[in-house]
Write a protein that binds this ligand. Structure first.
Ligand code: MN
Length: 294
């Protein structure tokens, strides 16, 4: 495929959840400001709770949580609680520090599938105050051949109400059975496509599951097709102009900042607050060795 680079994802296991980690990869750290992409599920469950991520800190990013099926209950150190369902989005801005937990609530539908994304904050906003934005229903457009939901930024004539600090797009694209869907892209942006479900073709080439397809800037349009019906995640933005350092749940610019954030978390510094709504122990930071520099 011309100018489309395929990056196989990594398989990660988090408790009972099978996770496909599509970003960051060794060869591809960012797509626009997007620096982390986990795809989890689909999973059916009965009495256990597949997601129970104890309180943990973040700096330097926005977390963007998008579900295809099921529910996730978010609690954070600002005291916000937000029940996320398919069609809505949770956008948490960590700024200089926040902590949160994510759990499968009770009752639930017994199904779970979704994506966990991070957006790197630019220098101008990475030390800002933390916040949470819960959007019950993101903008949706029925197009010829499919349906687009925009959970971040602007795309296909839709604008997400979520606040972001870099130009970006995050969209869930459904292609109907035996249909073709044409999508306009912003030429100044790089993009990536990850198949979430079913089958998808991009510009006449079939896409594999668990592979991130990267498209460099300069494209103004792509053609998607599906035989049985498909669903894909589209991310994009202008190439991020800053070098980032990423370690555990922290995104910064230097090793010293990472080491400081780790120490602050371990010492229960005010910076990260406390998730009072969560009953149980919080996560300990791993030992700090050398962070992967992007
Ligand atoms: Mn988190």
């Amino acid at each position: 495929m011309n100018n489309v680079i395929a990056y196989p994802s990594r398989e990660v296991r988090l408790g009972p959840l099978d996770i496909t980690r599509a970003l960051p990869l060794k060869e591809r750290r960012l797509v626009g400001p997007w620096c982390f992409l986990d795809h989890f599920g689909p999973l059916s469950f009965t009495d256990d709770r597949p997601m129970d991520v104890a309180p943990h800190p973040h700096i330097g990013i926005q977390t963007v949580s998008w579900l295809l099926e099921g529910e996730v209950l978010h609690d954070d150190s600002l005291g916000y609680q937000a029940l996320l369902r398919a069609g809505g989005v949770n956008t948490m801005t960590s700024g200089h520090g926040i902590s949160h937990s994510e759990q499968t609530p009770k009752p639930n539908t017994g199904r779970l599938s979704g994506v966990q994304l991070w957006v790197a904050l630019p220098e101008s906003h990475r030390h800002a105050a933390p916040s949470l934005q819960h959007i019950e229903k993101v903008p949706v457009a029925e197009l010829q051949g499919g349906v687009v939901q925009v959970f971040a930024g602007a795309f296909a004539g839709l604008v997400s109400p979520a606040h972001h600090y870099s130009e970006l797009v995050g969209a869930d694209v459904r292609i109907h059975r035996n249909a073709a869907l044409s999508l306009s892209l912003n030429k100044s942006c790089e993009h990536s496509i990850l198949v979430l479900d079913g089958d998808c073709e991009l510009n006449g080439e079939p896409l594999r599951q668990r592979v991130l397809y990267y498209l460099e800037p300069g494209r103004s349009e792509i053609q998607c097709r599906s035989r049985e019906g498909g669903r894909a995640l589209l991310l994009g933005g202008p190439p991020f102009p800053e070098d980032i350092v990423m370690w555990w749940n922290f995104v910064a610019r230097t090793r010293e900042e990472i080491a400081q954030a780790r120490a602050d978390w371990e010492q229960h510094h005010d910076r990260f607050g406390e998730v009072k709504a969560y009953s149980g122990a919080r996560l300990d930071a791993p030992l700090f060795r050398s962070p992967q520099a992007v």
